[in-house]
Ligand binder design. Sequence first.
Ligand SMILES: Nc1ncnc2c1ncn2[C@@H]1O[C@H](COP(=O)(O)OP(=O)(O)OP(=O)(O)O)[C@@H](O)[C@H]1O
Ligand SMILES: [Mg+2]
Length: 351
Amino acid sequence: MKISSTQWEGFRNLKPRRLEWAEGLHLLLGPNGSGKTNILEAFHVLTGWGSLRGERTADLRSWTDPGRGTFLSASFDGEDSLEVKVGIGARIVAKKGGSSLRSSQLRPLVPSLIFLPNDLSLVEGSPATRRRLIDRLCALLFPVYALRLHEYGRALRQRNASVRMGRNLAATARVMAPLAAWIWACRLTAVDLIRNGLEEGEGLLPPGVMLELKRGGRGLEDLHLDFWESLEAGQKQERATGVCPVGPHRDDLVIRFQERDVARCFSRGYRRRVAIALLLSSGWAVERKMRRKPILLLDEVMAELDHEGREQLIAVLLRTGWQVFATTAEDCTPDWPGRVWSVEGGRVDEG
Ligand SMILES: Nc1ncnc2c1ncn2[C@@H]1O[C@H](COP(=O)(O)OP(=O)(O)OP(=O)(O)O)[C@@H](O)[C@H]1O
Ligand SMILES: [Mg+2]
């Protein structure tokens, strides 16, 4: 898919503007605080995801002009053609052709993937950061995934509370088991797809980077059985710690190069390349499974890459044929093979 035009009003620091976007690569260039990330955030909201910084929805509305309503709209073309309008009040309300649309319905129609500057923590951060990468891909590939993950999280919180109060745990286990097995099955599929996608990013990484989903169970092939048996085996630990030691909330994505953890054996620039390659691989997974080209939103993706790394990344992006929006505060890519937009004080202009 591609965004062919957008319009925004009262959104963060962005000046009201209608813009036409061609396919291919777009570079948003501007000084710190000019509004580049806010533009990516507008695209993020328009494609069914929420605010970027996990803030309250109300923070998306302009501080300087609080009386003005906050609206975003976009036309999308490509595998499909649709108009999306988003109103931002107490909640984000998306509409397609006048009818309301839930985010879980909008996201697969216009699949977008985002890379944020702190995504370096994908490699060296906690397992929760890596689970988030898999969960975002799963939320695109399996429309009820986000809902089931939410239900699983609720049942897990109930179970942890019951353990601490010494209550019977059988009821929560019965709710968690089918959800856990389903979430594991989705995550295994997603990791297989990301693994295949890594091969397409040739050049960005040395060959031989391996991925594996390390499940928070005992590793039995039958996922239901694995949950039940792991739960039983972990009972003593659960009673002692008051925390359920088994289930998808304990999963991790293990990333290795020549049998070593990449967080230890790769330099900072290469850890960054791994994080970018994982996002690109998610894009290939989307294209292969959903038959739709993803829209890539890349915030400060060139930072810390050397000249060769930038060239490799641009070559890979060009090969994908996807629409890409990348931001940079410094013009570090004089031979950018796409359009360049200047962003200044919330205003966007071509060239
Ligand atoms: N709700 C809001 N209303 C008005 N202005 C806002 C709002 N939220 C954020 N801003 C302002 O928007 C400005 C631009 O932020 P943004 O993060 O997009 O900058 P940027 O161009 O990405 O900068 P950097 O290069 O530092 O990443 C910031 O100065 C911020 O204070
Ligand atoms: Mg920014």
